[in-house]
Design a protein around this ligand. Structure first.
Ligand code: FNR
Ligand code: LAC
Length: 364
């Protein structure tokens, strides 16, 4: 209240050089409520911090004098040819952060040949967002209690040219977001998820188990059912246990995302980077694995790939870019991360993504 909130920038000042700089710019442009929603995590934010610490504490051991002539960051993922392995994670309510919402995000990502994963809780229609994406985007699906509603979303995504479906399985409820509660966070009435039917009202009762969200939370049976409903690649998001990685594979999922929802669901879950090797081990060498949580540098992307990921997703940095400068900010965030990844690969002596193996890291 009473705080001056600056308008989004239209050009990027030259001193803005790293993802971290955008966090500051975004803070100056968001209400304290929107900041709490974007930058906060659950509980004491132990997991939120752990995601970062895991990257900070992992060291790269460079190799020198290697031939870098054929260097590039390209990859193939689910039949898509991508310029780099840095995807935009699904994040909700972009109109909370910028007046152009998800359209600005899609434009910014497309300017850098990036890939957008569109949230079920987007504030623009999934059809409009797809029209602004250069690479066919992926659609993040929350399985709805009503099967017909789930199928309706799937069919819309298919018709709008989405390339894959990301099924988020780690958030049957909103996490214990103390930071949001302290800031009094509420979604302004004019900002609504326009693509899916309203969720059942959160239970006022203290008996969490009687809440419809919990009683109707999806199960592995629903995932097997979903597999029968579409021929698009299905990617399971929210895997933290090797056993669940194996079950994802057995349930016919085409890949998975190691994720703790950016420390926004259960607190004191481990950092995603630390569970990645065991999940890679359980699912075998060729199973597509992505990871998110705390990626803020190109060297973090490198470390995730070294420990077994094909690609990464970034959540808050994309939204910081959006809040700071709309499409221009989003594009710059991706440009920074891509350039840092390439720079890391040069210094590490790994000209292509497949050269980034575990022995590029100092494992303690
Ligand atoms: C999210 N995330 C998320 N995930 C999802 O599957 N559907 C969603 O609608 C959202 N919404 C959402 C909103 C905001 C503001 C944030 C920050 C995150 C989680 C997201 O996809 C991703 O897992 C994390 O954001 C990754 O961590 P970092 O990169 O933010 O640290
Ligand atoms: C979040 C939900 C929307 O993390 O997934 O805020």
């Amino acid at each position: 209240m009473g705080r001056d909130v600056k308008p989004p920038l239209t050009t990027i000042p030259p001193h803005v050089v790293a993802v971290e700089d955008y966090r500051t710019l975004a803070k100056e442009r968001l209400s304290s409520m929107a900041q709490a929603y974007l930058h906060g995590g659950s509980g004491d934010e132990i997991t939120l911090k752990a995601n970062r610490q895991a990257f900070e504490q992992t060291a790269i051991i460079p190799r020198i004098l290697r031939d870098l002539g054929e260097g590039n960051t390209r990859l193939e993922l689910f039949g898509q040819s991508l310029a780099h392995p840095i995807l935009a994670a699904p994040t909700a309510f972009h109109h909370l952060f910028h007046p152009e919402g998800e359209i600005a995000t899609a434009r910014g990502i497309s300017a850098l040949e990036g890939l957008m994963v569109v949230s079920t809780s987007a504030t623009e229609t999934l059809e409009d967002i797809s029209r602004h994406c250069q690479n066919p985007p992926w659609f993040q699906l929350y399985i709805q209690p009503d099967k017909a509603a789930t199928v309706a979303l799937l069919r819309r995504a298919e018709a709008a040219g989405y390339h894959a479906i990301v099924v988020t399985a780690d958030a049957p409820l909103h996490g214990l977001r103390n930071r949001e509660q302290r800031a009094g966070f509420q979604l302004p009435p004019h900002i609504q998820p326009v693509n899916h039917p309203p969720a059942p009202a959160a239970s006022e009762s203290n008996d969490i188990f009687s809440s419809p969200l919990v009683r109707q939370a999806p199960t592995w049976d629903d995932l097997r059912w979903l597999r029968q409903q579409t021929s698009l690649p299905l990617i399971l998001k929210g895997v933290m246990h090797p056993g669940d990685g194996l079950m994802a594979r057995e349930a016919g999922m085409d890949g998975l995302i190691v994720s703790n929802h950016g420390g926004r669901t259960l607190d004191t879950v481990p950092a995603t980077l630390t569970v990645l090797p065991a999940i890679r081990e359980a699912t075998g060498p060729d199973y597509p694995i992505l990871i998110d949580g705390g990626i803020r540098r190109g060297s973090d992307v490198f470390k995730a790939i070294a420990l077994g990921a094909q690609a990464v997703l970034v959540g808050r940095p994309i939204v910081d870019g959006l809040a700071s400068a709309g499409a221009v900010g989003v594009a710059h965030i991706l440009r920074i991360l891509h350039a840092e990844l390439a720079l890391t690969m040069v210094f590490a002596g790994t000209p292509q993504l497949q050269d980034i193996t575990p022995d590029t890291l100092q494992l303690s």
